[in-house]
Design a protein around this ligand. Structure first.
Ligand code: AMP
Length: 223
């Protein structure tokens, strides 16, 4: 098969393993990963005009205005002209989605559909040592003694962000705001949904799907 450049988008709720799957796509399909959050953080760090504007919205938990966002992302995409790319965190609104399609064809929009209960269950097992930021998990990475940091012997806490109620609210908010974008791409016959609980379960499906679009560089399997 001819190895064609791919222009793709990945979507999925926080905690769906989007970061993990993105890393694997980058590696096996030689793609550049462009995360809108990373682009914004860099702008803020460098104190650019866009960064200073964006910071105000982010601090209030709001989306950065479409025009600013589109300009920033398109500017970055121009640098990736001769590369396959994977957009992450963008588009977040239908207006952004329209702009991205106006700019040029998109080969696939991947949506990771991991049941909310699975994500909540996974996140609620997280316990943190506040002073060091060390993170444990009751199932995947338990401390030697329940509720106690291995290194200092100090008590672990559950961060507000990791509490089931907080996670559920965040997921519901995500769903509400992204539903129109998913519908938009579905209407354009670009949306490809993958349903499963774990990254290792989703990965072969994502890999095989992308492999129908271009030749992979390799196929890394994960157990
Ligand atoms: P993230 O790291 O993707 O969660 O992004 C952090 C924050 O940046 C979000 O909460 C938004 O305020 C802003 N942001 C990221 N991507 C976008 C986007 N595509 N459109 C508007 N705002 C965005």
């Amino acid at each position: 098969m001819i190895s064609k450049l791919l222009r793709t988008i990945i979507m999925g709720p926080p905690g769906s393993g989007k970061g993990t799957i993105s890393q694997r796509i980058m590696k096996d399909f030689d793609m550049k990963h462009l995360s809108s959050g990373d682009v914004l953080r860099k702008q803020i760090f460098e104190r650019t005009a866009a960064g200073i504007e964006a910071e105000k919205y982010i601090a209030q938990g709001q989306l950065v205005p479409d025009l600013t966002m589109v300009n920033l992302i398109f500017n970055e995409l121009e640098k990736l002209e001769n590369h396959s790319w994977l957009l992450d965190g963008f588009p977040r609104t239908v207006a952004q989605a329209k702009e991205v399609l106006d700019r040029g064809p998109i080969d696939a929009v991947i949506n990771l559909n991991v049941p909310f209960e699975v994500i909540i269950d996974r996140i609620k097992g997280r316990w943190t040592h506040p002073a060091s930021g060390r993170i444990y998990h009751t199932v995947f990475n338990p401390p030697s003694k329940e509720g106690i940091d291995d290194v200092t012997g100090e008590p672990l806490i559950q961060r507000d962000d990791d509490r089931p109620e907080t996670v559920r609210k965040r997921l519901e908010g995500y769903q509400l705001s992204t539903q129109p974008v998913l519908h938009f791409f579905n209407d354009k016959k670009l949306l490809k949904e993958f349903t499963g609980k774990y990254s290792n379960e989703l990965w072969p499906l994502v890999h095989d799907y992308l492999a129908t679009k271009t030749a992979p560089v390799q196929y890394t399997r994960y157990k």
